[in-house]
Design a protein around this ligand. Structure first.
Ligand SMILES: Cc1cc2nc3c(=O)[nH]c(=O)nc-3n(C[C@H](O)[C@H](O)[C@H](O)COP(=O)(O)OP(=O)(O)OC[C@H]3O[C@@H](n4cnc5c(N)ncnc54)[C@H](O)[C@@H]3O)c2cc1C
Length: 430
């Protein structure tokens, strides 16, 4: 079936030949053309797109295969959503150790981008908790790999952007949990130096840390949010069914007029929650999951996400320079997230998380004006020795990819010749 597919940023919707996988024996062997696995399309840019080519959609591979309630070991197919794992495991006293800002991503997508959560400084990234991957190559070969078995294939596939084969199944080590609640608090800050102090002070006593930052304020004003899992007899429920953005508006609703009042109100609402409070994990980890299709608010041209990480020793200067550049360009970001990564090196050759500070921003697509701003941000990241996150990207220049991911020359040896994406062609030539 030929259909138009876009990723979460909605920057383009190229035609694809879509093959929906629902059984493992259907998997893409000798499919006669380069294809690409596609999870739930929650990547923002072109890592999950293969314009005019094949897409193997994996949401039909949604079966749990085995769960050991003593050890917390779960084996499942790659199209299972993280949300469904949480809902199965939490009542049994287990939880995924690492979850991103949305739980509507598949296990295959979580491995292929080696996603991170708010607790990188404690538990690393998703790949640190994967015990086994069952990988299918387009030449019919089947590879079972893990940290202690075919470890080179494992390192290439975790963070491998779907380019080493189709992940059919995975075995995940869950973590013990007393219940669905966390104790959380928010701390407002008015300068970047206060953010770094809060991060240093919080890392030993708080498992989850993240900050929202007001991009219209180049001083670095924001709210530091932190939380720990707690045992509680009862607590708040997750909020109900949620709301939806029903239509794509003709222009972006995120603009200079809307951003300033939004940031003011958001800051005040968050700053009010300074007392420790019991919160349910869903609104704490995934606050936007209840606003269905929120990506439509950027209008028909879509939006760019820009997430970088720079080393900690130059982090303050680099983040300050990025905020000043954004302010000077007269732009602002509605979702601006600042967070420190811990010292742990990622397992994947191409994993994004690395020790340092990460800033994630989104900008409505205003064509060349936005691209020029992003090039200025690239210059700061390049100078700082940082890297850009592939899951969020659709335009990073090749030199920044090569300097940010020096292991890419090793990685290409593990690529499946029958797999290609818009991103791989842009950054690796095929
Ligand atoms: C609101 C929101 C918040 C987010 N927050 C975070 C965050 O906090 N941290 C973070 O790290 N990321 C975050 N992300 C990004 C998201 O977690 C990643 O892009 C994730 O990889 C998306 O998974 P997916 O199942 O939608 O996969 P897709 O986006 O469809 O695909 C992603 C990649 O995985 C590959 N892939 C998918 N399935 C398979 C498979 N079975 N075998 C091999 N390769 C496969 C694809 O080829 C592609 O390269 C966020 C995204 C959104 C929309």
């Amino acid at each position: 079936m030929t259909t138009r597919v876009s990723s979460w940023g909605r920057l383009e919707s190229p035609e694809h030949q879509v093959v929906a996988l629902s059984q493992l024996d259907q998997l893409p062997i000798n499919s006669g053309g380069a294809g690409l696995p596609f999870g739930n399309g929650r990547s923002y840019g072109d890592v999950c797109l293969n314009p005019d080519g094949l897409l193997w959609t994996t949401r039909g591979l949604d079966r749990f295969i085995a769960f050991d309630p003593q050890q917390g070991l779960l084996t499942c197919e790659a199209g299972v959503l993280l949300r469904d794992i949480q809902r199965m495991a939490i009542p049994r006293g287990w939880m995924l150790p690492v979850t991103p800002g949305t739980q509507l991503v598949t296990v295959g997508g979580a491995i292929a981008n080696d996603i991170h959560g708010k607790n990188h400084h404690v538990l690393g990234s998703f790949g640190d908790h994967v015990q086994r991957i069952h990988l299918l190559r387009t030449d019919g070969q089947s590879i079972v790999c893990g940290p202690d078995q075919a470890a080179d294939w494992f390192k290439a596939t975790v963070g491998g952007m779907g380019l080493t084969g189709v992940i059919a199944q995975a075995t995940l080590q869950l973590r013990r949990i007393a219940g669905p609640w966390l104790e959380a608090e928010n701390v407002p800050f008015n300068r970047l130096s206060e953010f770094f102090q809060l991060a240093d002070d919080s890392e030993s006593g708080w498992e989850h840390t993240v900050s929202w930052i007001d991009c219209l304020n180049s001083q670095g004003c924001g709210v530091f949010m932190r939380g720990n899992h707690v045992a509680a007899q009862r607590g708040p429920s997750p909020s109900g069914g949620g709301i939806a953005v029903p239509l794509v508006p003709p222009i972006s609703l995120v603009n200079k007029l809307s951003l300033r009042p939004f940031n003011l109100v958001y800051y005040q609402l968050q700053a009010r929650k300074q007392q420790k409070a019991l919160v349910h994990y869903e609104p704490f980890f995934h606050p936007l999951d209840n606003v269905h299709h929120w990506n439509r608010i950027y209008g028909p041209k879509g939006f760019y996400q820009y997430q970088s990480v720079v080393p900690r020793n130059v982090g303050k200067e680099a983040v300050a320079a990025m905020l000043q550049t954004i302010a000077a360009a007269g732009e602002g970001s509605f979702l601006a997230v600042l967070k420190t990564f811990g010292e742990r090196q990622s397992v994947g050759m191409m994993s994004f998380p690395t020790p340092g500070v990460t800033l994630a921003l989104d900008f409505p697509n205003k064509g060349e004006k936005t691209l020029a701003l992003l090039r200025s941000l690239d210059a700061i990241v390049r100078e700082a020795g940082g890297r850009i996150y592939a899951a969020k990207d659709s335009r990073m220049p090749r030199d920044l990819f090569e300097s940010g991911y020096p292991q890419w020359t090793e990685f290409v040896k593990y690529r499946d010749p029958g797999i290609s994406s818009a991103m791989s062609r842009r950054l690796m030539g095929y």
